[in-house]
Design a protein around this ligand. Structure first.
Ligand code: B3K
Ligand code: ZN
Length: 865
């Protein structure tokens, strides 16, 4: 397959001013008539018109009403000898019922839906399917009225009526120019929840959320999230909604989370539907974030879009940053930041160290859908956050204003965004651009030197990124502070250092005794930070650091060291040692919680006592021994459970929530800590704790508590655990008709530590609960298994073979989902020779499969190196 390079970008040879689409939805297929007002791009010399298309049956092509000669291949339609301006009309038939890729127009249970980003519009009609071609759209839909009572497209409804044979039609007009990837339509039987929002300038926006019939009672949370997002964007960024109608449609079959189509967002049901008994606290919070994310795209993505797909992070990094900030304001800023970094380390750091590593703005790709990644999204958001850190919040806001002043209505590049920030702040971002252009996670090694004579403390920072194409240094914002050994913050020691050289020293004056440096506060840059801390120093930071992120980080560093040492000991056939100081620090955290009776900190304590995950820890080992790592981490969990049984039981009893369920951060924090206590206690696997978990499972009035008990029981290792069997059976019996809850049931089993997990997962692929056509089911059962470090990386290669089989089953049916499964192999070269041999065989088997889809081929080719 062909590689596409950023350096080859050229502007489009033709422009499309208006698009008029007519969809006739019929049982044998959908006939799409497209009428395009086109003209030659005056900036480009004359060339034939080459339109993109995929799986289109071409019925007619005319230019200005006359048949013209054209050349159609499977993926392009070429017309030559065109006037400077003309009307191109094409008629095609598409087959949405047979569209298993869920890209373009496809059928899901209750109707027809579309997904056009990145290149799905070409699966609907012939077009210049690239984001720098922006047009004004009108859309008419015709369909059977009884089967498809709701007919939606972008913009405003302008007319509708009845037709012969029980059919009806509706016409929509979108007043805003947009690229084709933001096109959407929906035709189906759906229920709607309606509300309004009045903007700061007094305009009324009609809001609607459409869901499958019977699910309206699961929509109010998403509606409230939408209204909160609209208000937040006005207050924080001065951005008002420009639409008269803002619609969200939820669909059960969807490749990703959601899609920001102009005025007609299409969402995975997972990010819309919520009710206390079916959704967890985390689900509620994710819905807030995703609803906000898609709404925020209306400015950062839609009003100002990307010139080309290499610029994806222009809209995604920025919009993730915006939804992170919204989430932090709405819920709990401390734990929001901790979770962001936890996520970054679990997914983006490994990605950036593996075969798919790429800059947040990639220089090339084979299949753009493979680049909707943690790097483009999450590291992209970190890069935006660093800009704000460097210039300050006010200048960042001024930079956003400048960005919209300059580029509203345009398709632009990452440079354009940074130039607006530079203009508003006067900051020189030349060196900073390295963050956009290099793959890999930089490492910053810091050395501290205290000089008693001169009463100075010197931090010497050395940066390196072996993955980068050259050795020039990054501009790295490094937030630091110094603490006395008793935990007091040294006055005046809070600084934002700017690292600009490979090695650089920073001197702190008037320091009387050797301080404890707190480095990379609030995670001010997406780097690995090395400092030779003693456990005593980390204990001081854990107890006293006023920056919650770095307090948490100190605890993570302590735990990381213990687990890695223990893994090495276990691999060498020795017993791990667990120092009392760590248990004491954990006890202190739990006691603060219990003693003060202030639950505001419960969410933090839950984060602090959650050990770093196996995937994150594996990145820190030169050769990963998954069994030793797993045994070490669980050994520490069990040790904590033994030593702190009283504290865990006491908190478990004391942290009950007595008010009616609300997904508030206070309640969620209490539940998180209480459920963490339950999971620790279950490490002891006593009969009474099993019964406690089963009791919680049975009596919980909300999904957070019910699912926490289920997941903890599902994780019990003992071969014989009737409580586990009962909870799993009851849960399925109760929820088998709630698709999203069934996903939880599958995931509780695929992520279990039990040695029989692969056998269970295999059996579940034949269970009625599973559906190979539904991406959520594949993610919950199969991809989640691929992320189960100890079971996926089984020494006999059985996990690898299983995932390879699944990729082969799916590669053609749904290349995007198959390609995501192929990413499970990202870190295969970090394991021992035996495992590598198995993984290589599995990857080669996939690579050599005849007719392998481009998406999967790119991933496995890169994995095989
Ligand atoms: N922009 C979409 C992602 C589209 C993915 C296409 N493979 C969702 C989002 O980031 O908001
Ligand atoms: Zn997005």
């Amino acid at each position: 397959p062909q590689t596409i390079y950023l350096k080859d970008y050229t502007p489009p040879a033709y422009l499309v001013d208006t698009v008029d689409l007519d969809f006739s939805i019929e049982s044998g297929g959908t006939v799409v008539t497209s009428t395009l007002a086109m003209r030659r791009n005056p900036l480009v010399s004359a060339r034939p018109l080459v339109l993109d298309g995929e799986e289109l049956e071409t019925l007619d092509v005319t230019v200005d009403g006359a048949k013209v000669p054209f050349l159609a291949s499977a993926s392009s339609l070429t017309v030559d000898h065109l006037p400077d301006a003309f009307t191109l009309r094409t008629v095609v038939r598409i087959k949405p019922d047979g569209n298993t890729r869920l890209s373009g127009m496809y059928r899901s249970k209750d109707g027809y839906f579309t997904q056009c980003e990145a290149q799905g519009f070409r699966r609907i009609t012939w077009f210049l399917d690239r984001p720098d071609v922006m047009s004004t759209y009108t859309v008419t839909l015709h369909a059977d009225k009884a089967t498809y009572p709701i007919l939606l497209a972008n913009g405003n409804p302008v007319a509708n009526g009845e037709e012969a044979n029980g059919r009806h039609w509706a016409k929509w007009a979108d007043p805003f120019r947009k690229p084709a990837y933001l096109f959407a339509l929906v035709a189906g039987k759906l229920d709607g929840l309606f509300d309004t929002f009045t903007t700061a300038s007094g305009r009324t926006v009609q809001l609607a959320i459409y869901v499958e019939p019977g699910k309206l009672d699961q929509c109010p949370h998403a509606m409230a999230a939408l209204q909160k997002s609209m208000l937040w964007d006005e207050e924080r960024f001065g951005l008002e909604c420009d639409l008269d109608h803002y619609m969200i449609v939820a669909v059960g079959d969807f490749n990703m989370g959601a899609m920001e189509n102009k005025g007609l967002n299409i969402f995975n049901t997972k990010y819309v539907l919520a009710r206390a008994d079916v959704a967890t606290d985390v689900d509620f919070e994710n819905i807030d974030r995703v609803v906000a994310h898609e709404y925020f795209h209306n400015w950062t993505g839609n009003r100002v879009t990307c010139r080309d797909w290499f610029q994806l992070s222009l809209k995604e990094g920025l919009t993730v940053f915006r939804d992170q900030e919204f989430g932090a304001d709405l819920h709990n800023r401390q734990t929001a930041r901790i979770r962001e970094v936890r996520g970054l380390r679990a997914a983006q750091f490994p990605e950036d160290a593996g075969p798919m590593a790429h800059p947040i703005r990639p220089a090339s790709f084979v299949e753009i859908n493979n680049f909707y990644t943690a790097t483009v999204y999450e590291k992209g958001a970190e890069v935006i956050r660093m800009i704000q850190t460097l210039i300050g919040r006010d200048a960042f806001r001024a930079g956003m204003d400048e960005y919209f002043r300059r580029h509203d209505g345009q398709a632009v590049t990452c440079e354009d965004f940074v130039a607006a920030m530079a203009a508003a702040s006067g900051f020189d971002f030349t060196q900073f651009m390295r963050w956009y252009n290099q793959p890999g996670t930089p490492r910053v090694a810091v050395d501290g030197h205290f000089d008693e004579e001169t009463k100075t403390f010197t931090l010497t920072c050395t940066q390196a990124n072996p993955r980068a194409s050259d050795e020039s240094p990054y501009l790295i914002p490094l937030r630091v502070a110094l603490f006395a050994a008793d935990g007091n913050l040294l006055p005046g020691s809070e600084r934002l250092l700017q690292l600009t050289a490979t090695t650089q020293s920073f001197v702190f004056e008037n320091i009387a005794v050797e301080p404890v440096p707190s480095l990379l506060r609030d995670f001010s840059a997406p780097v690995y930070l090395d400092f030779d801390y003693t456990p005593e120093q980390l204990t001081v930071l854990l107890a006293h650091e006023s920056d919650p992120f770095n307090a948490w980080e100190a605890g993570q560093r302590l735990a990381t060291q213990l687990i890695l040492d223990a893994a090495a000991a276990i691999a060498a056939g020795q017993e791990p040692v667990w120092p009392a100081s760590f248990v004491d620090a954990a006890r202190k955290l739990l006691q603060t919680q219990a003693g003060v009776g202030n639950f505001g900190g419960a969410a933090f304590v839950a984060e602090a006592l959650t050990l770093p995950g196996e995937t994150t820890l594996a990145e820190l080992m030169s050769v990963v021994d998954p069994d030793a790592l797993h045994a070490a981490r669980n050994g520490l969990r069990r040790h904590l459970a033994e030593q702190l049984e009283g504290e865990f039981s006491g908190l478990y009893a004391g942290l009950t929530v007595n008010e009616p369920y609300a997904p508030s951060s206070e309640q969620a924090g209490r539940r998180a800590l209480r459920n963490l206590c339950l999971a620790y206690l279950l490490e002891l696997d006593t009969l009474s704790v099993r019964q406690l978990a089963l009791q919680q499972f049975k009596t919980a009035d909300n999904m957070t508590d019910q699912f926490a008990a289920l997941a903890a029981l599902a994780n019990v290792n003992a071969a014989d655990c009737p409580q586990r069997e009962q909870a799993l059976a009851d849960f399925y019996a109760k929820w088998k008709n709630e698709a999203l809850v069934v996903d939880k049931w599958l995931q509780a089993q695929s992520t279990s530590r039990r040695p029989d997990t692969l056998a269970t997962v295999k059996a579940l692929t034949a269970h009625p609960a599973f559906d190979i056509g539904n991406p959520n089911k594949i993610y919950a059962l199969i991809r989640a298994f691929g992320a189960n470090l100890v079971r996926f990386n089984a020494a006999d290669g059985s996990g690898y073979a299983f995932i390879a089989d699944q990729i082969i089953v799916l590669h053609d049916r749904n290349p995007q989902v198959a390609s995501r499964l192929a990413r499970c192999f990202d870190r295969w070269t970090k394991f021992d020779a035996g495992r590598q041999a198995h993984a290589r065989r599995a990857l080669e088997r996939v690579r050599d499969h005849a007719g392998l889809s481009r998406d999967v081929l790119e991933v496995v080719t890169r994995a095989l190196g």
